[in-house]
Ligand binder design. Structure first.
Ligand SMILES: Cc1cc2nc3c(=O)[nH]c(=O)nc-3n(C[C@H](O)[C@H](O)[C@H](O)COP(=O)(O)O)c2cc1C
Length: 209
């Protein structure tokens, strides 16, 4: 492991559980891999813009006819460059209205680019970012991993689909859920997520050994 990209997307800054957990993960990873370099995008405090007609045209064609298209293409290239350079991607993804924050979706809108991170073939789409591992820390107020809430989870399946579409199929989800279901459920869930995250980091060490 040499490069870690951290993508945070909570709007809750320091009180965010996903921000706290990804900070823990990053601290453990950089302790275990002192030579690793990391870069961070905090989309919660510095969101990338939503697509506009200029941005969509530039990203679809790879060509630019004005300054706004050029800026959008440059941003997309920069975000994809960060992603390509990383071998491990740590994503903090809270659930907002059953899905991911729009800031995180806007980031994906900039990095899923035909011909660059995936391509269409006669037998279907092929992801072009191979050999990477993603660790996704999901936070949610309710309970969605089992029972009736499961059908309403538009967060984890969406993340798995987008990452898989660009070739990142090695994805570990660490869930902290039931965060809004009272202090006991909340503490239990955060503790379990922390323990799972430690296991994931240990597994990462084992893989690199
Ligand atoms: C705008 C917004 C929408 C939310 N929507 C949901 C939701 O649909 N389902 C849910 O279980 N929790 C929802 N929550 C609760 C968050 O998932 C929960 O507070 C979580 O801890 C936020 O993540 P963070 O602590 O990592 O920032 C929402 C929170 C916010 C701020």
């Amino acid at each position: 492991m040499s490069k870690i990209l951290v993508i945070a997307s909570s709007a809750l800054a320091d009180t965010s559980i996903s921000n706290q957990l990804i900070r823990d993960a990053l601290a453990a990873l950089t302790t275990g891999y002192p030579a690793a370099v990391f870069s961070m995008r905090d989309l919660g405090s510095m969101p990338v813009p939503h697509l506009t007609p200029d941005a969509a045209a530039a990203l679809l064609t790879g060509k630019t006819e004005n300054a706004s298209q050029a800026a959008a293409l440059a941003l997309s290239d920069e975000l994809i460059g960060e992603l390509k350079a990383a071998d491990t991607i740590v994503i903090g993804a809270p659930m907002y209205n059953f899905g991911i924050p729009s800031t995180l979706k806007a980031w994906f809108d900039h990095v899923l680019r035909a011909g660059i991170t995936f391509r269409y073939t006669e037998s279907g789409p092929v992801g072009l970012l191979q050999g990477k591992r993603a660790i996704v820390v999901e936070t949610r107020g309710g309970h969605y991993s089992e029972g009736p809430g499961r059908a309403m989870d538009a967060q984890e399946p969406h993340l798995r689909a987008m990452l898989g579409f660009i070739g990142i199929a090695d994805v570990t989800f660490v869930r902290a859920e039931k965060l809004g279901l009272g202090p006991q459920a909340r503490e239990q869930s955060i503790g379990a997520a922390r323990a799972q995250l430690s296991d994931v980091i240990r597994d990462q060490y084992r893989r690199a050994a």
